[in-house]
Design a protein around this ligand. Structure first.
Ligand code: UTP
Length: 409
């Protein structure tokens, strides 16, 4: 698109501020800016006028079944053997969601490069690979590992893995792919400029993983390799077990199409999404979407009706994901700190949230599945998310839990 076409387009969406510095730019920067504007999905802006659309859920009811920690203990050997068999047959892959910006942690580098060691270097990526290596050692086969990055952190991430020699993982089993971006806006819906020749964009949320995985060609590659199930996991939970044979086995034994690792909520008020049914299909409601009544509702045995919090560790069946590829995920409008140029063209790194990002979330994919097994894990063993530097879900709390589990830091 040339300048006047671009201007026309921006006028349509009331976003002409993006060309504010056009006249100051050299030819190359002008071209880059026009191209970037052409690539923007302006469609997402329509959600700004309807911020509560994500709350338009169907009828929410409690889950009717789950495998609890006790059930798992009783069946551990059976489930584990089934899982090991599937892993040995190459049917299970792991996929790390590492495209996020980790703004709460506040490091300029990818979150996985954060060093949580005390007496030695222990990087978040390293801990995750170590946990996956346990499965390799147990089954004798490498689990294919796909790592999703974004254009903001891909180069740093790939370079880091190279430098660290993949922390001992076989690099033939590791592939990276880059997720897509969405524009970021001020609270009044104006798309920010990040620089005079650059629109402010951010990764489009972890729900974009499957489309980007397909577009990258890696989905085909995985299927050609015989992969049927993918274990999605977040970068920040340093205690989690991925491609966990017992988890895989429990899903397969029960004939489920998907599965989610869950923890019993620490209290009714805990801020985690809970697994439930929506119009009879599996779904996840965010803590703020649960009504007061639902939050405290109990079953006959006194347990919370909405008891199981999700920890961003899911097993999906590739076949089902492909069937749902055309189904649009809800676009969530999230308040974040967004670096931008102010009115005078100065770069601003805000201390507090100053605008919106547009994200789809992997948790919404659960509702597309016919069923989902809730698989309860021991919180103290498997849930140590690092979102913040200190306090709740922080570097400090994760380190404490790792030490409790015998990890030397
Ligand atoms: P979070 O919701 O914690 O987001 O991501 P974040 O961007 O990493 O961190 P904050 O909110 O800015 O502090 C949960 C998981 O989803 C991944 C993250 O890397 C993390 O593993 N993610 C998030 C993506 O892969 N892409 C995204 O666009 C967003």
């Amino acid at each position: 698109m040339n300048y006047s076409q671009t201007k026309e387009l921006l006028k349509k969406y009331d976003q002409e501020q993006l060309l504010k510095y056009y006249d100051e730019l050299d030819d190359n920067s002008r071209k880059l800016l026009l191209k970037q504007i052409e690539d923007i999905d302006f469609d997402v802006l329509k959600y700004l006028g309807n911020k509560n659309s994500e709350n338009a859920k169907g009828k929410i009811t409690p889950l009717d079944d789950a495998v609890s920690i006790d059930d798992i203990e009783k069946n551990r050997e059976k489930y584990t053997n089934i899982g090991i068999e599937a892993i040995k047959e190459g049917k299970v892959a792991a996929l790390l969601l590492a495209g996020g910006m980790g703004t709460r942690l506040g490091s300029d580098k990818p979150k996985g490069m954060y060093n949580i060691g005390e007496t030695k270097d222990v990087y978040i990526f390293e801990m995750l690979i170590r946990n996956l290596m346990d499965v390799v050692n147990r089954t004798g086969v490498y689990v294919p590992l796909y790592i999703m990055t974004s254009e903001k952190n891909n180069d740093d991430t790939v370079k880091f893995f190279e430098e660290k020699n993949y922390f001992g993982y076989d690099k033939d089993y590791v592939d990276f792919f880059v997720q897509e971006m969405a524009p970021a806006t001020s609270f009044d819906g104006k798309i920010f400029l990040e620089d005079k020749d650059r629109v402010s964009t951010s990764p489009n949320g972890n729900g974009g993983w499957f489309i980007s995985f397909v577009k990258s060609g890696l989905c085909e590659k995985a299927k050609a390799r015989g992969v049927e199930y993918i274990n999605i996991f977040a970068v920040d939970n340093v205690c989690q077990r991925m491609a966990d044979p017992c988890f895989v086995g429990a899903m397969l034994d029960g004939g489920y199409r998907s599965a989610a690792k869950v923890v019993s909520k620490a209290s009714p008020e805990e801020k985690v999404g809970v697994l439930c049914l929506e119009d009879g299909k599996p779904s996840i409601v965010e803590y703020y979407e649960l009504t007061e009544d639902m939050r405290y509702e109990t079953r006959d045995n006194g347990e919370l009706a909405y008891k199981y919090g999700v920890i961003l560790n899911y097993l999906f069946n590739i076949e089902d994901l492909e069937k749902n590829l055309e189904n649009n995920l809800t676009v969530h409008i999230v308040k974040k700190k967004i670096q931008h140029l102010d009115e005078e063209g100065n770069k601003v790194k805000p201390e507090t949230e100053n605008g919106y990002k547009f994200e789809t979330l992997v948790l919404d994919m659960i509702h597309m599945m016919d069923n989902c097994l809730a698989y309860e894990v021991v919180r103290e063993k498997e849930f140590a998310p690092i979102k913040n530097k200190t306090g709740v879900d922080s570097v400090d709390s994760a380190k404490a839990l790792l030490k409790l589990n015998g990890v030397e830091l």
